[in-house]
Design a protein around this ligand. Sequence first.
Ligand code: UDP
Length: 538
Amino acid sequence: QSQELSQVQIDYHAALQALVEDGTRMVCTGRMHTDRICRFESLCYSTEAEEFVYFHSNSSVMLPNLGSRRFQPALLDLSSVEDHNTQYFNFVELPAAALKFMPKPVFVPDVALIANRFNPDNLMHIFHDDLLPIYYTMQQFSDLDLEARLFFMEGWSEGVHFDLYKLLSNKEPLLREQLKTLGRLLCFTKSYVGLSKITTWYQYGFVQPQGPKANILVSGNEIRQFTKFMMQRLNISLEESSSEEYIVVFSRTINRLILNEAELILALAQEFQMKTITVSLEEHSFSDIVQLISNASMLVSMHGAQLVMSLFLPRGATVVELFPYAINPEHYTPYKTLATLPGMDLQYIAWQNTDREDTVTYPDRPWDQGGIAHLDKAEQERIIKSTEVPRHLCCRNPEWLFRAYQDTKVNIPSLIHVIRQTVKSKPRPKKQKWSGSLYPGKVRDAKCQASVQGTSEAKLAVSWQIPWNLKYLKVREVKYEVWIQEQGENTYMPYILSHQNHTFSENIKPFTIYLVWIRCIFNKNLLGPFADVLLCST
Ligand code: UDP
């Protein structure tokens, strides 16, 4: 059923005639290849050439019309990972008249979203690079609804978590390989190409060592809207079911093991007087894990992709990430960054094994599982002696892989101590409460009045009205910030005030022009915009 494209009946003859006469039409958003998403009518794909094809005719449109800059380096990124040179999108051009000599096109009637998955074998990559960006790209364009069809062009097979991609739309996603079975020349009636990067929070270290993105634009609210959607699609009820509180230990069973897991579970249960359960991707279904995590008070896990599941934790819960020996938690922060996004309302705690006695290394494994036997002796010795992996670029640094795939005996007192520094009482999820913070509008009707006393003294009386939105809000604390700047100077005097008027006399000179800037502040840190500057002459 999945590969049946013709549920929507289309008039083949009319479609072909439209393609020949109108050609391809493209209009994009974004100024650079890294922030561009394009909408196409009649974009085609040759499964033999493995190239997208743009047909020129009387009515074709190409915006932006970049000329050869389209290849410098590409029209757009097909995955959500910024400017990755294996993930570029472009098309080849032909006159529509060439269709006469080409295989008969097969039309794709569904609205299509065409993109690359980045690494569909790794759960962190799946959520961060694919699922969230696809979900919010679909939210951006109203015809990308549940009847749209996803086309994954990266060339991978389904991967272990393909079911997750299927949740995003009612139609089965199609992979590049499968397109061959549909025809030699496919033409997408309506398609969008590229993914929004607006929700991504981490860069993996391709050009500089990994870390949070420089300009994070997503908050916990959008993450939770997405998890709510995913849970509905998984048929997991949102209601805070049983009131029993518990801790989840998310374990890995193949590598990067916790060697004393039983002891750890007993200690957590004892310390926090809570039921403590273990889950793993190998032993539990994905929806069972989501169900359990979505009501947990605390999630404890070794560093690793499974920790991205903390996006399903309830507000107020605690994430405890365990790092193997010689791995500095500050250098690997995808899950810390997630947990501490504004509005995620999670507590984040990192623990690191600092004791060589408690680590088990695997120098003889293959290089991609952290083996170092292929390196020269001196390098092997340096790595074994080292107490911290220096910062490095992605993705094949042998010292990093060696340390990342160690097993760890968790030092229980040290771990409990670190958790207790943050979690004083019982960890518990907060009752679902909207915790969005609202910013003040501009102050209104600002006025100033100057008075001069003698030749050296002057006063400036400034008044204003409350921001318009304040009368509809309950705000704990309302303050005003006023900056007074002498015209032509680049310094100013800042004041924080509680009332809507104030007379300034300090440092106010007669026969001078002052610029007065006023803004409102809610609850100490919610800074509103400045109102239009006031010009005041003494
Ligand atoms: N994985 C797992 N159990 C294991 C080892 C790996 O569930 O014992 C999962 C892991 O969560 C990730 C994928 O397998 O989704 C690839 O793991 P890898 O160690 O390559 O990546 P990392 O977790 O370090 O990002």
